[in-house]
Each structure stands twice: as C-alpha cells, then as structure tokens.
Design a protein around this ligand. Structure first.
Ligand code: GDP
Ligand code: MG
Length: 344
C-alpha cells in the first residue's frame, strides 16, 4: 500500500480510518505527531464519531510495572472480546519512534492481533505539547472503534496529572520495595487515583503498602491526609476538592508478570465505568476533558500564529530587550497580540 493513497484529501483518510483501516489510523497519528493543519482537519472530521471508548490512564513511578500491567490488562480485555488501543507516553524518554524495553516486550506479545493497536509517544514535536498530542491520538483510536484505550504515563511531575485529565478512569500503580514511602503519595498522584494497583504483590512488603494506602484513603481529612508509615509521618497534600467523594478507590494487589489480580483490576475499571455513567460523573468528566482540550488547542493556535506572523528575528530582539529590562514582558505581549491574532 503506497502512502500516496492518503495524500489526496483528508476526507479519504477519515473515511478509511472510520472503516477500520489501520494504515489510515497510523497515518492520522503521524499527522498528529507532526502537528500539521492536516491533522486538525482530520481530527475535526473525526470528532463527532468519538466518545464511545472508555479511556483508562495507568500511571505511577518508573519500574512499578505499568507496561507489564497494561500488557496483561490488554490481554484480559481481548479475552472478553473488547478491542484495545494502547498509548504509552513517556515525557522523559529521548527515543524517537523506537520503544523502551517494556514496550518492546508488549509489542512482541500483542502484535499481530487486529483488535489491538499500540503507539508509543515521546516529547518530540507537537506545539500543543505531549498532553494534547496524546489526547489527539486517543481521539483517533476512539474514532477507529477501539473500545478500551489504555494510556500509560510515567508519574514524574505535572505531565501525568495533565494526561490523567483526559482519562475516564485513572489507575495509579504502586509497588513494594521502592523505598520507605508510598511513591504515589510522594509524587502527589494519589489524588487522581480512581483505582490503586499494588503491583509486584509477589514481593515482600506488598501488604504493608496496601495498609499504608488504606490509611491514607481512609483517614478522610478534607484538605490534608496523613499516613504513618515506617514510623514516619508522611503528609499528602490532597486538594480540598477531591476528584469525587462518592467513589472510594479500591486497592487491588496484582502480579502483572503472572496475570494475577488482573481480572480483578479489569472488573474494578468496569465498575468505575458503570459508576461514572450512573452517577452523572461521566458528564462532568467529559466537560473537564472538553475544557482541557479547548484550552490546549487555543494555546497551540496562539503559539503557531506567533511563529507564523512574527518574524523570528523580531521576536528574538524583543526577548533580548525583555531580558535586559529595556522592555517588560507584559507590554510586549500586549503589543504582539494583534499580530498574533491577525489571520495568516
Ligand atoms: N516481581 C515482579 N516483577 C514485575 C511485576 N510486574 C512487572 N515486573 C518487572 O518490573 C520491571 C519493570 O516493569 P515495567 O512494566 O517496565 O515497569 P514500568 O516502568 O512501570 O512500565 C520489569 O523487569 C518487569 O518484568 C510483578 O508483578 N512482579
Ligand atoms: Mg513502562
């Protein structure tokens, strides 16, 4: 199949993608990564056909077993007849187009199954940033008919919280033996957990980790929750307005390497999905997702117009003037805005 097949109008690309053509899906994702206007046309045309997939974020510290768990979950979903899209996002990874070890194992295990589509993403490209590129890839997978979309992100900073805002259900993965602290508390990602997986339950200390997590979740302080762990008082500054009050995140022990606890994890995700639908919470999250998407797209559009409409040299001069305190950035921004917003 030659690439020229899709070089005509985006319409054929969109039609092919909607018909389940994997090459069209891959091509659309490449357009997204290159951040071309063509991608926007395609995504705009696809948007109305999305909203069917359940999007599951899987986050946690490096090495907790996220890739292995996502792999096992994908297989479990396939056994139940669901199609699965997998997006592995690693903001720290310098690789381009390649794959990390965990992802390579996964691809070897799952490749060849037409009911699975896997894509790894790193930082490169994309004016809208990784979070928006990820959201766009999820959109394409959703439009292509994948029923469950598993998004693996590394819990290292703000990025994974951003990406979690595009998920319906967020699984935070914890593992014993990674130091005294419960990593999720340390990283501040506990507040985004709908489900907690204590992976590597075959290892010593798993029950202690479960107990520590129960204490944090059970203590119920509205703005500050504390856990006593290994004799140390740990503070987890959870926002006063937690993600939602009427769902208590279940804590599930898993051994991803041996598929243990994976069925239970899948059940918990499906229960959370049912909860979202019956409680009205789904609609609230969809609005959150829509708001986030709109803001990301607007930010990217402003940056693109800035690049297109303001000569790089002029911008560089303004930057130098701001740096030397000859100009202030507030006035420069105001001054640039009309040029940025003028049609290109
Ligand atoms: N003992 C044990 N090791 C595991 C388990 N799950 C994953 N691992 C191993 O932990 C390492 C990191 O796994 P990976 O899935 O790449 O973690 P990620 O960085 O969170 O994606 C690999 O060597 C896995 O084989 C488990 O349940 N038990
Ligand atoms: Mg991984």
């Amino acid at each position: 199949m030659s690439s020229s097949q899709f070089s005509s109008t985006p319409t054929s690309l969109v039609d092919n993608l909607l018909a389940g053509n994997r090459r069209a899906l891959a091509r659309t994702i490449t357009l997204v990564e290159n951040d071309g206007a063509e991608a926007h046309d395609a995504l705009a045309a696809l948007y109305r056909r999305t909203g069917q997939a359940h999007i599951v974020g899987v986050t946690g510290s490096p090495g907790t077993g996220k890739s292995t768990l996502v792999n096992a979950l994908a297989k479990a979903y396939r056994q139940r007849g669901y199609t699965v899209g997998i997006v592995a996002v690693d903001p720290t990874s310098p690789f381009t187009g390649g794959a990390l070890l965990g992802d390579r194992v996964r691809m070897r295990d799952l490749s060849g199954d037409p009911g699975i589509f896997i894509r790894s993403m790193a930082t490169r490209g994309s004016l809208g940033g990784l979070a928006q590129a990820t959201a766009d890839v999820i959109l394409a997978l959703d439009a292509a008919g994948f029923q469950r979309i598993l998004v693996e992100t590394v819990g290292v900073g703000q990025a994974e919280v951003d990406i979690a805002s595009t998920a319906h259900s967020t699984v935070v993965v914890e593992a014993p033996g990674m130091g005294d602290e419960v990593q999720a508390i340390k990283a501040g990602v506990l507040e985004i957990a709908d489900i907690l997986a204590v992976n590597k339950a075959d290892r010593e200390g798993a029950d202690k980790t479960v107990t520590a997590l129960h204490m944090v979740l059970g203590s119920g302080g509205p703005s500050l929750r504390q856990v006593q762990h290994h004799g140390r008082l740990m503070e987890a500054g959870l926002p006063a307005q937690s993600r939602d009050e009427s769902w208590t995140p279940p804590i599930i022990k898993t051994v991803a390497l041996r598929d243990q606890g994976v069925a239970e994890l899948l059940e918990a995700i499906e229960q959370h999905r049912d909860y979202l639908q019956t409680s009205g919470e789904l609609q609230r999250r969809e609005e959150d997702r829509a708001r986030t998407a709109l803001i990301h797209i607007l930010q990217a559009a402003v940056l693109r117009r800035l690049q297109e409409n303001v000569p790089a040299q002029q911008l560089q001069q303004l930057v130098a003037d701001v740096a030397s305190r000859e100009l202030d950035p507030y006035s420069v921004a105001e001054h640039l805005l009309p040029a940025v917003l003028s049609a290109s």
